[in-house]
Write a protein that binds this ligand. Structure first.
Ligand code: HSE
Length: 435
């Protein structure tokens, strides 16, 4: 069997998982790859007590790995977009194939890396960058290759889903669950990436590029995180038959523009994806030929992510062993065949809404609110008004609306918030039926 040598950069959560699974499952992995895969060198700032590095060359300088003439595939698992970018560029220029789990790097710099990789005829693979262990990149680029993709929607941040699930089921505090997610190795080095939706945005632009054959457009995505979700909204949503999930949504509109948005969303509790809990991820992809398909599994963690990293290593090793060293385009098709697409402004997007208002408990209040909604052509699908808690003059009102353009909803909310009998800002969460 042909030997394929790995240069593994980074020995943190994903790096150590990759090292250990490669070793533990070597026989199966090599049989599938048709090649003898081994880690020739490890580049890491420090050793990891969970990895037995005996017999493996170790360097503290990852650039030595990218320059090592024995290395066929550089596996970048150091994260970030500074050293990691330079490392990947150096590896490509040195004619190495690259495997990375780095969604920020692909989302923000994938366009230039795609062109560089094509120029140097090497593969850059990133199955682990989106949805952890779920093979969603391969599903989009190969499994669904027959389809025009109409839309996709996914829970693509494991940390955020873990936090929402623990808050809902155990009434735990946000900060407390976040700390547990960090201890379990789920969260990003900067956890605001998880809770403010940036990590999900990185992943969504990658999925959208593969789905719609367009360059990566990280700067055009609308992003909202879960940090403002309150336990009371989770409970009211449940009363109305919905779950609140943090979704990334990409949809092709009738005029060909693309919706690209990440935000908390109410989903009917009967949908399979509404029941995806904990650190799990799930992506629904609707293709014109196949219909709706669902991909589900662990979205973060050491060995689940390593599983995806190794699937890329195997795929490249298969290619090397077949001596088909043709370049495989980073975004699924040759870069110059990608078609630029305009991204719809969030104001032009149409969704239904969940609204929670705190209003004075007086006659006529509801009629003024419904009048403002009706003036903006917004109709109400469901309404809950709670009894006032003893001693309080205000009551919560919860509304579900029909689909409405965001700009109309913004106007209606401004007008309602200006009413003297409405206190506090209105809580609004978009609703998607996903049917
Ligand atoms: N912080 C990420 C998450 C890790 O929680 O989903 C996997 O990409």
């Amino acid at each position: 069997m042909i030997a394929v040598k790995i240069g593994l950069c980074g020995l943190g959560t994903v790096g150590s998982g990759t090292f250990n699974v490669l070793k533990r499952n070597a026989a199966e992995i090599n049989a599938r790859a048709g090649a003898d895969i081994s880690v020739a060198t490890v580049g890491a700032r420090r050793d990891n007590p969970h990895c037995d590095l005996s017999g493996v060359q170790v360097t503290r300088d990852v650039f030595e790995v990218a320059a090592d003439p024995h290395v066929d595939i550089v596996v970048e698992l150091i994260g970030g977009t500074t050293t990691a970018k330079e490392l990947v560029e150096t590896a490509i220029k040195n004619g190495k194939h690259v495997v990375t789990a780095n969604k920020a790097l692909i989302a923000e710099f994938g366009n230039e890396l795609a062109q560089l990789a094509e120029e140097h005829k090497v593969v850059v693979a990133y199955e682990a960058a989106v949805a952890g262990g779920i093979p969603i990149i391969r599903a989009l680029s190969e499994g669904l290759a027959a389809n025009k993709i109409e839309w996709l929607a996914g829970i693509i941040n494991g940390t955020g889903n873990f936090i929402l699930t623990e808050m809902r089921d155990k009434g735990r505090e946000f900060e407390d669950v976040l700390q547990e997610a960090q201890a379990l190795g789920y969260a990003e080095a900067d956890p605001t990436f998880d809770v403010e939706g940036i990590d999900a945005a990185h992943k969504l632009v990658i999925l959208a590029s593969l789905a719609f054959g367009m360059p990566l457009k990280f700067d055009s995505i609308y992003t909202e995180g879960i940090s403002k979700i309150e336990t009371v909204d989770v409970a009211y949503a449940a009363e109305l038959g919905y779950q609140i999930k943090h979704l990334g949504i990409a949809r092709q509109s009738e005029v060909g523009a693309i919706e690209l948005r990440v935000h908390p969303t109410l989903i009917p509790a009967t949908r399979l994806i509404a029941n995806v809990d904990g650190v799990s991820n799930a992506v629904v992809v609707k293709g014109d030929a196949v219909g709706a398909t669902l991909y589900y599994g662990p979205g973060a963690g050491s060995e689940p992510t390593a599983s995806a990293v190794i699937s890329d290593i195997v795929s490249i090793a298969q290619m090397i062993s077949l001596q088909a060293k043709a370049a495989q385009p980073l975004l699924g098709r040759a870069f110059d065949t990608l078609v630029d697409r305009s991204i719809l402004d969030i104001e032009e997007i149409e969704t239904a809404y969940y609204l929670r208002l705190l209003v004075d408990d007086k006659p006529g209040v509801l009629s003024q609110i419904t009048q403002i909604l009706s003036d903006s052509s917004i109709s109400i699908e469901a309404l809950i008004q709670k009894q006032p808690v003893d001693g309080q003059a205000q009551v919560p009102v919860i509304l579900l609306t029909n689909k409405v353009f965001e700009k109309n909803m913004n106007r209606a909310i401004t007008d309602i918030e200006a009413l003297p009998m409405v206190s506090e800002k209105i809580i609004r969460i978009r609703v998607e039926r996903l049917d």
